[in-house]
Design a protein around this ligand. Sequence first.
Ligand code: URA
Length: 189
Amino acid sequence: MPAGAWQTLKQEVSVCRRCPLHETRTQTVFGVGAENADWMLIGEAPGVEEDRRGEPFVGRAGQLLDRMLKAVGFAREEVYIANVVKCRPPDNRNPAPEEVLQCDDYLRRQIELIRPQIIIALGGVAMSALLNEQTPVGKMRGRVHTLPGADIPVVVTYHPAYLLRAPTQKRAAWEDLQLACRTVGRELK
Ligand code: URA
């Protein structure tokens, strides 16, 4: 495990001023979990609670994400959870394309260091940042994609915050997680 590379990356992110989001953040939200995880889950950007605590997915959407992980037999600490953008966009707006672009290198380096067996893209922002696609999530989910330039399967599913608003889509998200399990040969107990 290249501990030095992790340290360098964490340090760089913690003082990042590449885009205007640094002006309004409380702190950066780097990522959390096992640095040798088999599964990496990627969301959009920190919300108010994440900005306050410095950890991704700790608000209501995060609690749902924890339950989704539990359904496939994972404790939160066993996977790696990160966001495309490391600072909270004010008023919970979507990150702007320029903000995604400025943060992209950090996410790529996290993926390179973890080398996960599979990536789960949570929602449209993660999907388009990873796969360079503008297609709606509903059309991209349900099949396995490949991370461009790397041999890593990517399964796209709905963002947990969207699932809180549209609970009838939880079945589809469950199917996506089952697809991810099949893709990496993970048995559901
Ligand atoms: N939504 C995200 O995309 N990421 C978080 O960390 C929290 C909510």
